[in-house]
Design a protein around this ligand. Structure first.
Ligand code: GRF
Length: 201
């Protein structure tokens, strides 16, 4: 299974995927890591000798055009083309992927989100869960459809929210579950133990 990983930040989830796919016998390989910006996490890919690219929204006139350039950069590395099965993993990409891009790759297009969807969608899930006084929250790995954080849920893990903890403390505790969950989901997709549901038409 050829994987493209999309990030915008530090890439600790990417690093977990790099470590897992480096193990002999892991049934998937990361062909390319891309970002919408000079994400610090790209250094993990560079250190592992994995090709990277940056496709900036500012370089495109429309979101759709950005999506087309992003798709082309992914396909240049053999993901989403040819006979090999492919998977695009959004792991901390802080951009909404446009419909044309989603239609090209979904359902082999997954995202990890730091909340128990459908609760707390959007870009501030951890902060929103704290602000809502949620007793528990967690992480969701789901197929990306044309909505925002609305695609079919693949797997979830929950954490109990601790009194007085900060957004960063809670987010790090969520990530401690998120990293192995994402690796497990990718492995199970690669082996066929997890089937990717066609999004409801
Ligand atoms: C992850 O918690 C992901 O769910 C969210 O952004 C965070 C990225 O963390 N969308 P990292 O860059 O993988 O450390």
């Amino acid at each position: 299974l050829n994987i493209a990983v999309l990030i915008s930040g530090g890439g600790s989830n990417l690093k977990a995927l790099i470590d897992a796919t480096s193990e002999p016998g892991f049934p998937a390989r990361i062909a390319v890591v891309g970002s919408d910006t000079e994400a610090p996490g790209l250094a993990h890919a560079e250190a592992a000798g994995i090709p990277t690219f940056v496709v900036r929204p500012a370089d495109s006139d429309t979101r759709e055009e950005w999506g087309q350039l992003l798709a082309a950069a992914i396909q240049e590395h053999g993901v989403g083309t040819g006979p090999e099965p492919s998977l695009v993993v959004s792991a901390g990409l802080m951009r909404i992927l446009p419909p044309g891009f989603v239609r090209l790759f979904s359902p082999a297009l997954i995202n990890t989100h730091p909340a128990l969807l459908p609760n707390f969608p959007g870009a501030h899930a951890v902060r929103d869960a704290l602000a809502a006084g949620a007793a528990e929250t967690g992480v969701t790995v789901h197929v990306i459809d044309e909505g925002v954080d609305t695609g079919p849920v693949l797997r979830q893990r929950s954490v109990v929210v601790r009194d007085g903890e900060t957004e960063d403390e809670l987010h790090e505790r969520i990530k401690q579950l998120e990293r192995p969950l994402l690796v497990d989901v990718v492995r199970d997709i690669a082996t066929g133990d997890l089937n990717l549901p066609q999004s409801a038409e």
